[in-house]
Design a protein around this ligand. Structure first.
Ligand code: UDX
Length: 433
């Protein structure tokens, strides 16, 4: 199949590279000439394990190309994927669909033979019908169908999620479009990945409902963790015991400093807005959003309490600032609230993060970046684990404690055993235990 991917952001690039690995001919289009130039040189603009190698392999075998020329790339395609950003619109929490509709108009002008226009970007219910209307208005003679094909890629595990998905969701309304999509996903169907064919609105809804449910699951366990701290229970055991019930499942029950990233904060807000606009508010999601915002304040209080509520002049070492490990993504990371609050209270903050510095330097301008956790710990008044990078999971806690001025650790991801931390000489607090 000839596939064209509009947008070489996270979703577009990962999907384009993976489709080329299936054996399809893929052309990735972007408007940013620097980005396309970098991709031509084999440079991957994001940190995603395995992506660079897979991209190089498929460029070398001629199945993957990058271009600024949308017109040319769309004309010859069997399917064109819209994978542009849908950020939260300023002010009202809605998804900003400007880029989606701009792309639809440009695609419309370039269409030649029958083409399936597939939306991969996360878009509110009704957007695909609007994409159809926009294309029809721009090019009344075009021969096309629209399709909703939301992505469920986790950053840091995106290739694995693409290649071995729990399911693929495809919303469409014509047999012709179904044939095209079935051919595109044939390599996954052969591996027995379930493909859910449904209508456009349901496909759009599945994406929001899935992400909002996962955000709720995390928020639920975070609140249970708070209660565990009060009653003397251990959240790790509670989550394990709960998760063994197949109806609940053990994943996404890890208590922490609150969810962040490019999807959950944006999608929960958008779903809440959609509910309000249809006079069908989803109160549970509205509450989840509020609790997750408050969670960051609770984390700040926890750190300050550990430091005797005096931060002025204290040296605080932060381990991890990206919203989760194995990514360089800082979007909506809890660190963006927690670190400035500590700095604001007078602390000197030292940050270690294996990938976060490139994006983080601008967002956290008042911190000192350090490579080595032990160097960061030297003379520190407290050390805070904010992101559970593997690099931080097996530190010599005794050595850390010895390097510190006052050996205190706030482990907001529960990567250490409280007993071991205590034995190493640390005054140790964590989440829900
Ligand atoms: C998410 C979804 O998982 C993916 O399917 C979707 O399409 C895009 O959004 P991603 O944002 O990359 O992926 O990260 P994910 O691994 O889901 O984590 C999201 C946030 O939740 C992170 O801040 C993470 O630290 C937090 N989290 C996750 C927890 O606090 N506890 C958990 O148990 C799981």
């Amino acid at each position: 199949m000839q596939l064209t991917m509009i947008g070489t952001g996270y979703v577009g690039l990962v999907s384009g590279v993976c489709f080329s690995d299936f054996g399809h001919d893929v052309t990735c289009v972007d408007k940013l000439s620097e980005k396309i130039a970098a991709l031509h040189k084999g440079e991957v603009p994001i940190y995603e394990p395995g992506l660079e190698d897979m991209m190089a392999k498929n460029v070398a075998n001629g199945r993957l190309q990058f271009t600024l020329d949308l017109n040319d790339a769309v004309g010859s395609a069997d399917a064109v994927f819209i994978a542009v950003g849908t950020p939260t619109r300023r002010g009202d929490g809605h998804a900003d669909l400007t880029y989606v509709y701009d792309a639809a108009r440009e695609i419309a002008r370039a269409l030649k033979d029958y083409t399936v226009i597939v939306t991969k970007s996360t878009v509110p219910v009704g957007t695909n019908r609007e994409v159809e209307r926009v294309i029809r208005a721009e090019n009344p003679d075009a021969d096309f169908d629209v399709c909703s094909n939301p992505e469920f890629l986790r950053e840091g595990a995106a290739i694995e999620d693409f290649m071995r998905p729990d399911r693929v969701v495809v919303g469409l309304e014509s047999e012709q479009a179904k044939d095209v999509m079935a051919k595109i996903y044939r390599p996954l169907a052969l591996r027995e990945a379930p493909i859910v064919y449904t209508d456009l609105e349901s496909a759009e809804m599945i994406k929001y409902a899935a992400n909002a449910f996962l955000a709720t699951k995390i928020t639920f366990i975070n609140e249970i963790a708070n209660l565990c701290e009060k009653v003397g229970a251990d959240i790790q055991s509670v989550a394990k015991g709960m998760g063994m019930d197949n109806r609940i499942g053990g994943k996404f029950l890890h208590a922490g400093p609150g969810y962040g990233g490019s999807c959950f904060p944006k999608d929960t807000k958008a779903l809440a807005r959609i509910g309000q606009e249809h006079a069908s508010p989803i109160k549970i999601i509205e509450t989840v959003i509020t609790i997750n915002d408050e969670r960051k304040r609770q984390m700040i209080d926890k750190i300050m309490h550990l430091c005797g509520d005096k931060m002025k002049g204290k040296k605080i070492a932060i381990l991890g600032v990206t919203f989760k490990p194995n990514t360089d993504d800082m979007r909506d990371s809890p660190s963006l609230t927690i670190v400035p609050a500590l700095v604001g209270a007078g602390a000197d903050v030292y940050v270690v993060d294996p990938q976060g510095r490139k994006e983080g330097e601008e967002m956290l301008p008042t911190v000192t970046w350090i490579e080595d956790p032990y160097v960061a710990a030297t003379n520190a008044d407290a050390i805070v684990v904010l992101t559970e990078w593997n690099e931080f999971r097996a530190l010599d806690l005794k050595r850390i404690a010895d390097e510190m001025k006052t050996p205190k650790m706030a482990d907001l991801r529960n990567i250490y055993d409280p007993r071991e931390a205590k034995e190493a000489g640390l005054d140790y607090v964590s989440i829900g235990r």
